[in-house]
Design a protein around this ligand. Structure first.
Ligand code: IYR
Length: 222
């Protein structure tokens, strides 16, 4: 067992109480403007912006600091086309057969269907993979901890970073999405977690008239 190495916490910034109140409120008000968007423009986005958003995602906490995530950033139109074709096959199956009546009813307010043009229109698709286990140098499996929680946290930070940059995203989960391993050439210790569609909204993009729960509904103070 090696001894842990500790460094002084030099990065923490302490604000005045007033500044803290303002920052907390401003951050909430800004993130509350985020909407999941399905109408994308084909307007180009500089790769540098996406790289910084990915770096932000990589700052998420993770079980035993294993950082069990991998992001595949897709801008190639042929790869995007292949993803759309494969996703629409699964989605058609979902909407026409696999989904229960209850599930379809729950999706009604979102107005979704099996047609996924945004998979080709948006400038970037980000395939987010969860590394369920690692591979040691001798080929044996290395255990990873709290993988879904860790990748979920990183994804939330990625979505926030994209919003902060002035772009919009869509959390897309064709199910099953194992085809992403094949198209994006990821190894079998990685499981597709989510496909994040990123870009600008189309001119005149519309979003469903749905609402966020109140503080009383989502929190209890004891
Ligand atoms: N994957 C399908 C269905 C879908 C499921 C949920 I849960 C959503 O919140 C939205 C859609 C689709 O992308 O259409």
């Amino acid at each position: 067992m090696s001894k842990p190495n500790f460094l002084p916490l030099s990065s923490h910034v302490e604000y005045s109480l007033e500044e803290m109140q303002n920052r907390a409120k401003d951050f909430y008000q800004d993130l509350n403007k985020r909407r999941t968007v399905r109408d994308f423009s084909d307007k180009k986005v500089p790769l540098e912006i996406i790289k910084n958003c990915i770096l932000t995602a990589g700052t998420a906490p993770s079980g035993a600091n294993i950082q069990p995530w991998h992001f595949v950033i897709v801008s190639d139109s042929e790869v995007k086309r292949r993803i759309r074709v494969a996703a629409e096959i699964e989605e058609k199956e979902f909407y026409e057969r696999r989904a229960t009546k209850e599930w379809l009813e729950a999706l009604e307010p979102l107005g979704t269907d099996s047609d996924k043009p945004f998979l080709e229109t948006a400038p970037f698709l980000i395939g987010i993979f969860a590394r369920n286990y690692g591979i040691n140098s001798d080929g044996t499996k290395a255990k990873h901890y709290y993988v879904s929680e860790s990748v979920g946290l990183a994804t939330g930070m990625l979505i926030s970073a994209i919003h902060n940059a002035g772009l919009v995203s869509l959390t897309h989960t064709p199910s099953p999405m194992n085809f992403l391993n094949e198209i994006l050439e990821r190894p079998k210790n990685e499981k597709p977690f989510l496909l994040l569609v990123v870009g600008y909204p189309s001119k005149g993009a519309k979003v469903p008239d749905i609402h966020r729960k109140s503080l009383e509904e989502i929190a209890t103070f004891i």
